[in-house]
Each structure stands twice: as structure tokens, then as C-alpha cells.
Design a protein around this ligand. Sequence first.
Ligand code: FAD
Length: 504
Amino acid sequence: MKKKISIIGAGPGGLMAAMLLLSKGYDVAIYEKEPAVGGRTGRLLLDDYIFDIGPTFLMLPQYMEEVFRLSGRNIHDYVEITPLDPLYRLKFEDGTEFYPSTNTQKTLSEINRLFPEEAANYLRFQQDDQYRFNRIERCFKLPYDSIYDFLRPGFIEALPQMDIMGSLRGRLEKYFTNEKMRLAMAFQTKYIGMSPWHAPSAYSLISFIEHHWGIHHVTGGLNQLTLAMAKVVQEYGGRIYTATTVKEILTKGKKAAGIVIDSGEKINSDYVIVNADFAYAMSNLLTDRRKYTDKDLKMREYSCSTFMLYLGVNKQYDIPHHNLIFGGDFKDYMDEITMTRRPSSMSLVYIHNPAATDTTLAPQGKSPIYILVPVPNNKASIDWDTLRPKFRQEVLDFIAAKTELKDIERHIEQERIITPQDWQRDFNIYNGAVFNLSHDLNQMFYFRPHNRSEELSNCYIVGGGTHPGSGLPNICISSVITSELLIRDDTGDPRWGFNKKVYL
Ligand SMILES: Cc1cc2nc3c(=O)[nH]c(=O)nc-3n(C[C@H](O)[C@H](O)[C@H](O)COP(=O)(O)OP(=O)(O)OC[C@H]3O[C@@H](n4cnc5c(N)ncnc54)[C@H](O)[C@@H]3O)c2cc1C
């Protein structure tokens, strides 16, 4: 008889684990509290306007191709993925605009136009980070169940490249002298909700990955990826129960035995996989915990949060697909938001204008404009319900002053705001920290919650809260590691089941 697996949450992590395990013959059911799949990588519909809720940058699409391939599918039969060139527009406080590209010659001509002294430094940086990437990437693809996993030859070889005592900012200072150039290679830590002054030096790999491998768009939005995953799950006979909230993980001694859903029904299963936000799930779905107690979870470091404005506007703006607009003192701002203080000024606003490349998201002549402002998580105790209208206005004033969207307020037909409080309340995200537990080295690898639960046997974790971390490429890796561990435990076969190439 097929072994039964219950998955809590239909975010990309839960969906990809389901695809992989269904393809290996397991009986999988996903329970999702929302009426639709996708979680943070879901779709927001406001009348005729279609928005991505969260991710808009698809990096390393080859990782997702690989998860589909391992599940017996070709991702390109489901979605259309297009690389963007230029990657984005960076608009600095003095109005300078920088358009990097995966085409090195184009990026160099931009650098020569703006900061000619940095051209050779850029080439050296890219070359050095290619070397680091080739070594460090492998470490992310291993499970870290035991402290001895750090002794694997691949990890030891990569260790000097990780520069564990250094910060990203420190590394950039060794290469670049121009502040704007440094900012252009550092702001990417916003993707993991950290400050470049605090983020480990290894995260310079994010800008390397962008410049080398590119940023991709999916026609219809990145939410189409999770819709495609759900389709594969259903094609394999997997069941997805939406609008079904899991209330508890059932246990038998120290073993997971199933789940209880909001109707009170108990569903027995051989294995449980938790995809819901890790710290939320531990504190709400499992009462008896040894390691991740309420006190422990409270003490941990979390990423920043985001204030989101989704605007359906009856106009199209002639601006690029991705726009990062800087203002004020970036260091002070990052310190404030990551140390959970109300920022005194606005220093980074991201504007997503997918209508620049995709006509499927709004009626002709209209566009869905998505605005993201990094803000502190709810440890800052900001009353966003009260602050919401004032902050909204500050954001609109900022973009009116700094961009071509001067008249945007007059063109808004549809609008939705998500604040850190909403992320916590409506999306079940602990502290509203949308990029999960922070990615400090003391919360990475073995020190991050393991893919195989440390609380219960027959229970596994998948998604941004476990190894290797937040962001779609990491979540692809986590889905393979988690599924692999479950199969190994189930079959007693210590060999890698999916694809040896994925591991060392
Ligand atoms: C604003 C924003 C922008 C981002 N931008 C990018 C980007 O450009 N590129 C990138 O790669 N990454 C980006 N990310 C990160 C990325 O979205 C996340 O890392 C990823 O979606 C997390 O996936 P997950 O599977 O861990 O969890 P989630 O997507 O959060 O899925 C968890 C699911 O569990 C469900 N759930 C919760 N509680 C229960 C319960 N009790 N019962 C049943 N179901 C439950 C939730 O409803 C949700 O569907 C962004 C995130 C945000 C928020």
C-alpha cells in the first residue's frame, strides 16, 4: 500500500515536495488554509489586474527546471520563462541611473559611463565570485542533520571562500571605491531581509548570480510557477484541499501521526511535512516541543518585513520592469529596519512594472504596479493598522518625487495594502518576517531548523524556514533535500534517490 503524506501549506516548498514525492509513488495530500495555492508566491487579483503577492525576480531558473525534471516533467510545458535585459534600473539619490545586464559588455559600458574607475574592479569581482560560487553552491545542496556534516570534504573546501568573519559590505570595500557601485552590488541583501553591513560576505553571490545568470520573468507572473506545480500535483493524483486550515500536528509519542484540520477531522498519515512558516507552525501546531520552544523562537533573529502597495492604475508608465529607487542614508535605513526601529526616512523603494514586458496582467492601457518598501518586522511593535494611511501617503510622495510616476494617485482604480501586521495575521508569518529566520551564519546550515524535524520523527520541514533558506532557488533545494530524506528514512536506502548530481 502507498504510504500517506500530509503536507501543511501549498507554498512553493509544499507543492514541490508534493511533486517529487508523488513522482516516487507516495500518496500525497496538501492542506492549504487559503482558497488558492501559492502562499507568498501566490496571485492577487484586483478586478482586472493580476499581481504577484511576493516574488517578482526569478533567479537560477535552472533549479526549478531541475525540480520539475526530477518529478518527471518539463517546466517549459507549463510556463513561459523570459530573461530580462537590462536586469533592472537602479536610481540613486542624486538621480543617476544604472542599468546592469547579464551581457558583460553592456554592464561595462554602463560602468564606464558612470563610474569608469570601477570597470577593472567589476571584472575582478565577477571572476572571483564565479570561483566562490562554484565552491559554495554545493554546500547549499547538502542536508545538515549532524554537526559532522560540516566535515564533508566539499564543505571544508568551500570554507575559506565563505569568509565567515567578514560582512558583505566589508567584501565590497575590498573591490570598489565608488559608493554607488558598492550599493549596486549590496542592496540585494534586501531579498533576504538583511543589511549588507550585517549579512555574511558569502551573500555577494546574490549580485554575482544576477549579473551572471540573470533575472527572469514568467508570463502571467511568478505565481504561474505555483499554479504549474499544483497542476503537476493533480496530474499525479495528489489532492490539494484549499480553504482548509491545519490546527494541530497529531503525535504518537515522539512521532508525527497526522494532522487535525479546522473541521475537527483527524487525518492519519505516515508522514507529515510542514511548509507553513516554520516559527508560526512550531508555536501554533505543535504543543510539546523540546528545542523550538516559545522562548527559543522569541530569542531568534528574524528578517525584516515589507510594506506592500498593489495598485491597479489606468495608465501605462514608460519605466523598466524592475526599478529600485534609493533615497536618504541607506546604512542608517538598513540599521533601523533590521534592528526593528521605525525608519526615520525612506531609503529604498522597489517598483515592479511588469506591464513593461507582459501584456497579460491588465487590460490594454492599464498596468498593475507593485510597490515594496522594506520595513521592520513586528518585533518593532509598530501599530501598522494606525500608521497604514500615513505610510501609504509617504510611499506615494516618495515615488512621485523620485520617479516618472508623478500622477499615479490620480490613476489608481484598484488598491490593496499589506503591512507587517497583515503578513502575520493573514499569512501566518511569525513576526511578519517575510524572509523567515534571518540568514546570519549562526542560523544557517546545521544551525537552521533541519529539513528532518528535530522535534518529531516522521515529520519534515520544507520552505524558507529550513535549510538552505528563503527565496525560490533555496526553496527548490529544500524541496529536494526534504523529499530525499523522507524517502531515505522510509526505504532505509541510504543512497540518494533523485539525482546524485544535485549533491556532492
Ligand atoms: C514581498 C516578497 C517578495 C519576495 N520576492 C522574492 C523574489 O523576488 N524572488 C524570490 O526568489 N523570492 C522572493 N520572496 C521570497 C519567497 O516568496 C518565499 O521565500 C517563498 O514564497 C516562501 O515559500 P514557502 O514555501 O516557504 O512558504 P509560503 O509561500 O509562505 O507557503 C506557506 C503556505 O502555508 C499556508 N499555511 C500557513 N498556515 C497554515 C495552516 N495552519 N494550515 C494550512 N496552511 C497553512 C500558507 O497559507 C501558505 O500558502 C519574496 C517574499 C515576499 C514576501
